[in-house]
Design a binder for this molecule. Structure first.
Ligand code: SF4
Length: 244
């Protein structure tokens, strides 16, 4: 009788554990929530760690292959004048992807997105919502710097938007923050002023995956128009509420 009781308890734990494992692998619960359950065995923890490691590396590898492709791309004239194709950086499994417009002078020189004053403003916004650059993935809709800081041309956005969509399909973020007009128009396929869509959540599907898009002012706007700064930071606060 007692043996039956113990067997029943064990079988319940195994079932609970397998249900929980399924939930973790399908993104329903977080890794830490999985580990915090008292009935999880050491063997299972070690298996799930290996799985997590493999998953993370899978995205990192795919992004690395794509990066090489982008760095060798010469679809647009600007590939001959830029110093570096600024592909993007951050967490390959990020819940939040931030998409700006195109690299500026500093970014072109360093090869990383959002450096200089705009980068500092973005870092501050992330800090306010207790996030770091390494938590998110940061990129631009156009990877090569348009000469003389001009706006990207429609054909450059179209050519390079292809790579952006590939990056998003690999990362599968919960939320895409589009900073400024160009990334917002491209991802949402709309023609509206950023002031009329900022702070509003939009739903899109990328490669069959549901994703939300939150347009926000480009941080450069808050530098030359200080009256937009509060709105910019408030919109980032919204991101905090959205992340599951
Ligand atoms: S902007 Fe994009 S599409 Fe155009 S050359 Fe550079 S990497 Fe290629």
């Amino acid at each position: 009788m007692e043996t039956n009781f113990i067997e029943k308890q064990l079988s319940q734990s195994v079932q609970q554990e397998s249900e929980l494992r399924w939930e973790y692998m399908n993104g329903i619960i977080e890794y830490d929530d999985y580990l915090n359950q008292s009935f999880i065995t050491q063997r299972s923890i070690s298996e799930i760690r290996k799985y997590k490691h493999k998953q993370e590396n899978a995205n990192a590898k795919k992004l690395e292959i794509l990066k090489e492709k982008i760095q060798g791309c010469n679809k647009c004239e600007i590939s001959h004048t830029c110093l570096n194709a600024v592909v993007g950086e951050g967490n390959p499994d990020a819940k939040v992807v931030i998409v700006g417009e195109a690299p500026g002078k500093v970014e072109d020189k360093q090869g990383n997105p959002f450096k200089g004053k705009s980068g500092a403003k973005l870092n501050e916004a992330l800090h306010r919502i207790e996030m770091k650059r390494s938590d998110v993935f940061i990129t631009n809709v156009v990877k090569c710097r348009p000469s003389d800081n001009r706006d990207p041309k429609p054909e450059e956005i179209k050519n390079c938007g292809f790579y952006l969509m590939k990056q998003l399909a690999i990362i599968k973020p919960q939320i895409i923050i589009t900073l400024g007009r160009f990334s917002t128009e491209y991802i949402l396929q709309i023609k509206k002023p950023i002031s009329s869509v900022r702070g509003q959540l939009h739903h899109i599907i990328i490669n069959g995956e549901n994703t939300y898009v939150l347009p926000i002012y480009h941080p450069a706007v808050t530098i030359y128009d200080r009256s937009k700064e509060d709105v910019f930071f408030d919109d980032f606060e919204f991101v905090k509420e959205l992340i599951i």
